[in-house]
Design a protein around this ligand. Structure first.
Ligand code: ATP
Ligand code: MG
Length: 414
């Protein structure tokens, strides 16, 4: 185990002094954890990096736990504990460094979050994250909260496989655990394909979800504090390509007000039902008749919320900092129409197999373009390298600019 950044050039001992002793343990009962303290995050990906930036902007120090020495968040954090997520010494070091801990990805072992919570405020908590990690538990929770999900069946045994009703086909087999960006999913049309898919997925626990005709996909981000107070970002309209988010639009023309209100209300009840603390994103399908069907949730800031960094007065990452530290949550205000373009590694390979830098200067010559790159050394196809936020006065203006930027970058129009 190494705390690389600390041993190299960490903050002064003076900066860390307030963290010592028992003060930290009492802090939730006596008030907020204030700037000057160190905030820990499980996971060193881009979400952790943007969390670290938001925390540092507010005067916090940050500590990242991630085994990868070149992780995007580790590179910008004051402390980088380079161990696995279940390493007892690494977790102890993160707890020692941090006044509170959060997570940046949902597959962090829930048990590690529970262990950290023995000595530090942890938001979101291990129990809530455990629900989000398991599609079957997640769907059961949605149903309990009165929010409809796609018709589905749990497949854990050959008997359950045989008992699946024909009305669920065509469908999508999804592993209950560890799926992301469309990984761990197989589309099936017949019972034979279903059986073969479950075989291919090594007969791990799965759900079969009925394939629904989607008119659109949307998501909502809420932040909930320890006191139950909740705020939300305006709902996002999302375009996925090959199972990966490609474009997010948030402006007056993105969706009717009634749909926004319903999605926000559903998301609030899902967070409330979990006793959730932190930032939560819930994804929905919009069907042809306009009805909403919940897809899944992420117990953390979400790719579809990145527009808030440039288009809202409080970003999803600042909400994460406020929620975990017990600072007040205020309702964010969107001040600009926004479109976010995801920058996948594919954009580096438009001319063949040799990676080439996309035309950033031309893109940044367009008004209201904000480039965010995650510091990943190597571009690979399908890898999230960064995102471009485009802001404008209204839907029409922001769409015009975003389509120009997309054309320059080789992103398909939307
Ligand atoms: P991520 O975690 O990156 O959002 P994931 O791997 O968890 O993705 P899902 O969100 O379950 O995957 O599915 C990815 C995409 O596949 C959805 O955004 C949607 O476009 C499509 N999809 C998933 N389930 C269904 C369904 N039941 N009917 C129609 N399309 C679906
Ligand atoms: Mg999804």
């Amino acid at each position: 185990m190494k705390d690389v950044n600390m041993s190299a050039a960490g903050p002064s001992q003076g900066a860390r002094a307030p963290l010592g002793g028992s003060a930290v343990h009492e802090v939730t009962s006596v008030g907020a954890i204030l700037p000057g303290a160190t905030l820990g995050v499980m996971g060193g990906g881009q979400l952790g990096r943007m969390f670290a930036h938001a925390a540092q902007q507010m005067g916090y120090f940050t500590a990242v736990l991630d085994a990868d020495p070149t992780s995007p968040a580790g590179l910008v954090s004051h402390h980088h504990v380079q161990t696995g997520y279940e390493d007892a010494a690494g977790l102890a070091e993160l707890a020692r460094l941090s006044a509170a801990v959060t997570t940046e990805f949902e597959n962090v072992p829930a048990q590690s979050l529970r262990a950290l919570a023995a000595t530090r405020p942890v938001a979101p908590g291990g129990d809530a994250v455990a629900v989000a990690q398991d599609r079957a538990a997640e769907k059961a929770h949605f149903t309990r909260c009165g929010v409809a999900c796609a018709p589905y069946a749990v497949i854990e045994t050959a008997a359950q496989l045989a008992a699946v009703g024909d009305e669920l086909l065509p469908g999508i087999v999804k592993t209950t655990r560890m799926g992301y960006d469309g990984k761990g999913q197989i589309r099936v049309k017949t019972r034979e394909e279903l059986a073969a898919a479950w075989q291919q997925l090594r007969q791990v626990p799965c759900v079969l979800e009925k394939m629904l005709p989607l008119a659109a996909e949307i998501s909502v981000i809420v932040a909930r504090g320890r006191d139950g107070q909740m705020v939300n970002l305006p709902p996002q309209l999302n375009v996925h390509r090959d199972g990966i988010l490609a474009v997010t639009e948030v402006h007056a023309q993105a969706m009717p007000a009634q749909r926004q209100a319903l999605a926000v209300e559903s998301t609030r009840s899902i967070a409330q039902g979990l006793g959730y603390v932190g930032v939560l994103c819930v994804e929905y399908f919009v069907l042809a008749d306009g009805s909403l069907v919940v897809n899944e949730m992420a117990p953390r800031p979400h790719n579809s919320g990145h527009y808030s960094m440039d288009a809202c007065d409080v970003s999803q990452f600042e909400l994460q900092v406020r929620a975990m530290t017990g600072l007040p949550l205020v309702q964010p205000r969107q001040h600009s129409a926004a479109i976010m373009l995801n920058l996948l590694g594919d954009l580096w390979f438009r001319q063949g197999d040799q990676a080439q830098t996309p035309p950033w200067a031309q893109v940044l010559a367009l008004p209201g373009t904000h480039l965010h790159l995650y510091g990943k050394a190597e571009a690979r196809r399908g890898r999230k390298m960064g995102h471009l936020n485009v802001t404008g006065a209204d839907a029409q203006a922001v769409r015009a600019t975003a389509l120009q930027a997309a054309a320059l970058l080789g992103i398909e129009a939307f």
